[in-house]
Design a protein around this ligand. Structure first.
Ligand SMILES: C[S@@+](CC[C@H](N)C(=O)[O-])C[C@H]1O[C@@H](n2cnc3c(N)ncnc32)[C@H](O)[C@@H]1O
Length: 209
């Protein structure tokens, strides 16, 4: 068992939140995985909320989830999934595999790793040439919401939410690592006036040249 990620409060909260997701988020999850083929690495799978959305063209999913309370639930979700999925409790930083992957899936996770630039560079190295990073991530805002995000990140938000940071320029990190982004767009999951630090999501396909 991995004990480097041990967030009992967050694990309980995320178990509750991920069991009650709005249809708008489930639709984005489905879109993020549509058309995937071959062997896929999923980073920080949580309770395995994505697993039901993998298309039958995926031959294998290796999912890393280091918070053991969530990994146990992800294993249950893997057993119900239509495609073969194994769950390991490695962090993405610890994880190694001899075979390159056809795709890597990140959803709501690049906000939570300590060094996103290092992790995205590592993900690039684990893909075959032409392999895809499929991402669905909340992103840094501008103006007043950016100030709210910076305040949240400096205070309670990462402590309560498993190291989540709201003010991350994740799309720039992906491009900076050497991926070529295609089919990318942004979407608001709550009305813009709602004063939440997490509200706008980026979804896209980034290709290893
Ligand atoms: C907000 S949850 C999202 C879970 C899932 N990806 C989803 O879309 O529902 C973030 C997840 O990232 C995991 N995580 C945090 N740090 C990680 C790391 N270094 N390596 C792998 N997973 C990590 C957490 O344990 C948590 O399950």
């Amino acid at each position: 068992m991995n004990d480097s990620v041990d967030n009992p409060f967050f694990a309980r909260l995320w178990t509750l939140m991920s069991s009650r997701e709005p249809e708008s988020l489930r639709r984005l999850r489905r879109e993020n995985l549509a058309g995937l083929t071959g062997r896929v690495l999923e980073v920080g799978a949580g309770t395995g909320t994505n697993f039901e959305f993998y298309p039958a063209t995926v031959t294998e999913v290796v999912a890393v989830e280091p918070e053991h309370r969530l990994a146990t639930l992800a294993q249950d979700a893997a057993a119900r999934a239509a495609v073969p999925i194994t769950v390991t409790t490695d962090t993405v930083e610890e994880f190694t595999d001899a075979e390159p992957f056809d795709a890597v899936v990140c959803s709501l996770v690049l906000c939570s790793v300590d060094k996103p630039e290092d992790v995205v560079a590592e993900l690039l190295s684990m893909l075959k040439p032409g392999g895809q990073l499929r991402y669905l991530e909340h992103i840094a805002a501008e103006g007043g919401r950016a100030r709210l995000q910076r305040f949240a990140d400096a205070t309670v938000w990462p402590r309560l939410l498993g190291n989540c940071h709201t003010h991350r320029h994740t799309e720039e990190t992906i491009v900076g690592a050497g991926f070529r982004v295609r089919d990318a767009r942004r979407e608001w999951t709550f009305p813009r006036w709602v004063p939440l630090p997490v509200a706008e999501f980026a979804i896209g396909v980034a290709v290893k040249p």
